[in-house]
Design a protein around this ligand. Structure first.
Ligand SMILES: C[S@@+](CC[C@H](N)C(=O)[O-])C[C@H]1O[C@@H](n2cnc3c(N)ncnc32)[C@H](O)[C@@H]1O
Length: 274
């Protein structure tokens, strides 16, 4: 990592973020970005904090500056310590009446199983539930060690999407935006579709899909901003209807070189097969 370059990017990001919050500043940045020279200058100044067409481009740009990304020890430790968050209550509302029909859960980006540990305190999960977390190798290893130290057998880990087959509930909580395949695309390969889908804490855009880098302080990671209408229409084509939708205003993503596309609140969705 080039420390000086990183300091310059962080400073530029701070200035543009503050500027983009005012109407005048927002118009100034958008106008600058609408010219070829302006867009190139913004891109150069912002480095990995500019917007990208694809998740892959954003991932490559942030890699040297990512502080270990999702699998860093600090990030996994943070997840082990997580308790309930505001947007989880919306999920409990829909889960509550359906929980008896949910025996297998596929939890995309489920980290060490923090949702399993949290949800079982709020919703009467079945005693024979199989809660399967899909995550990255280092995180899976930490999750397995934690589950074993707690004598938990209902929580399992996988790196295989084929485990989606037969799930009653598919969860993508705080994770849909880290995958370059959107959830409907993942589900389109599944033999038996899950009856229920829970999407929580995900940034959606009204415009075209694009990618940015989130700077969480302890880590920096690339994320997609998927188009809301297209996502819902893609679910619809698989036979899902949106039963509930909510906002998480405690999570937001600034888009520094296109401030009018910034996401001021993340979205939650509960979907069911018709
Ligand atoms: C913000 S955390 C969400 C954790 C949990 N689901 C929650 O709601 O608290 C995002 C998770 O997605 C995982 N993730 C990101 N990219 C991934 C990938 N390509 N493959 C597997 N897991 C990934 C990360 O490791 C991390 O555990």
């Amino acid at each position: 990592m080039n420390t000086l370059r990183d300091m310059q990017i962080v400073t530029t990001a701070k200035i543009l973020r503050a500027l983009g919050k005012s109407g005048y500043g927002c118009r100034l940045i958008e106008a600058t970005g609408s010219t070829r020279v302006g867009a190139a200058t913004l891109g150069l100044m912002l480095g990995y904090r500019r917007s990208f067409r694809t998740l892959g481009e954003a991932e490559r740009a942030v890699k040297p500056y990512g502080k270990g990304g999702h699998e860093s020890t600090a990030n996994v430790d943070l997840h082990i310590g997580f308790s309930v968050r505001l947007s989880d209550y919306a999920a409990f509302y829909y889960l509550r009446d359906r929980v008896l029909h949910i025996q297998k859960v596929f939890d995309l980006g489920g980290n060490v199983g923090n949702l399993f540990y949290c949800y079982r305190n709020y919703v009467p999960l079945r005693t024979d539930i199989r809660w399967i977390v899909y995550d990255l190798p280092e995180t899976i290893a930490r999750g397995e060690a934690l589950a074993s130290s707690r004598n938990i057998t209902n929580l399992q880990f996988t790196d295989d999407f084929r485990q989606i087959d037969g799930a009653d509930l598919f969860v993508a909580s705080g994770s849909l935006h880290y995958f370059d395949k959107s959830v409907p695309e993942l589900l389109s390969h599944v033999g038996r579709l899950p009856q229920y889908v829970l999407i929580n804490r995900t940034p959606l855009t009204e415009g075209q899909d694009f990618a940015v880098v989130q700077d969480g302080g302890h880590i920096r990671v690339a994320c997609m901003l998927y188009n809301r209408s297209k996502l819902i229409a893609d679910f619809g084509r698989l036979g899902y209807q949106v039963v509930g939708e909510w906002e998480s205003p405690d999570f937001r993503v600034p888009v520094l070189d296109r401030p009018s596309s910034s996401v001021g609140a993340f979205t939650g969705l509960w979907l069911e097969l018709r």
